[in-house]
Design a protein around this ligand. Structure first.
Ligand SMILES: C[S@@+](CC[C@H](N)C(=O)[O-])C[C@H]1O[C@@H](n2cnc3c(N)ncnc32)[C@H](O)[C@@H]1O
Length: 205
């Protein structure tokens, strides 16, 4: 059997921040800052990676962060310590088998995660289960677009990204979020709509 996505991220953790640096400086730091400014209360971040979102959470956030890669999580823990964050708990856990109670979180956040979760619909359904009705899920994700030229470029990149990180460039994450049962409140597109900030909620039954 080939290397799993978790094993790929364990291997990549050491240099991850370095090779993500250009795209972080040009785009993602701004998106994180804007998207996370309204977060408050009991919050779950899934696929925390090396913890790049941590510095953008408002102080009144009570954060639990998970990742299935122990090496990425170790980096996030170091970053939380450097930032002297007190209200944060970090756990090694797979989004596909979340153990948190139903209707538990005010906010859920994920950035560049659902390109990798092996079964994205199952993962998204798990997020929906643990989100409170009326709570918000904030996604900063890259995905396939409606533009065939851009998609051709993404297909080319996909050959490398799947091999290196188990990450797909051509997932339809916007559709997956809806198909998992979320109600989408807003969508903002960046970089020719390759990157989208999607805010979604769970309707009350
Ligand atoms: C591209 S990195 C993004 C990290 C971080 N969210 C960021 O914005 O920099 C994807 C992260 O999601 C984690 N991940 C992917 N699938 C996962 C799963 N099924 N359960 C938990 N974590 C997962 C990976 O280990 C990795 O740390």
């Amino acid at each position: 059997m080939g290397e799993t996505a978790r094993e790929k991220y364990n291997r990549a953790a050491r240099l991850y921040d370095l090779y993500e640096m250009p795209v972080e400086a040009l785009l993602f730091s701004k998106l994180r800052k804007g998207a996370l400014a309204s977060v408050s209360g009991r919050t779950l971040e899934v696929g925390v990676g090396t913890g790049k979102n941590l510095q953008y959470y408002p102080e009144n956030t009570n954060l639990t962060a998970i990742d299935f890669s122990s090496s990425m999580l170790r980096k996030a823990k170091k970053r939380a310590k450097l930032l002297e964050m007190e209200n944060v708990t970090m756990l090694e856990q797979d989004i596909q088998s979340l153990t948190f109670p139903e209707n538990h979180y005010d906010y859920i956040t994920a950035s560049c995660v659902f390109c990798t979760v092996p079964d994205p619909i199952l993962g998204l359904q798990n997020l929906l289960r643990v989100l409170k009705p009326g709570g918000k899920a904030i996604f900063i994700e890259h995905m396939k677009t409606d533009n065939p030229l851009i998609n051709a470029f993404l297909y080319a990149m996909n050959i490398m990204s799947t091999r290196m990180l188990g990450t797909s460039m051509i997932r339809e994450t916007d559709k997956n979020i809806r198909n998992a049962g979320f109600s989408v409140l807003s969508v903002k597109g960046y970089l020719f709509n390759v990157v989208k900030v999607i805010v979604a909620t769970k309707d009350s039954e």
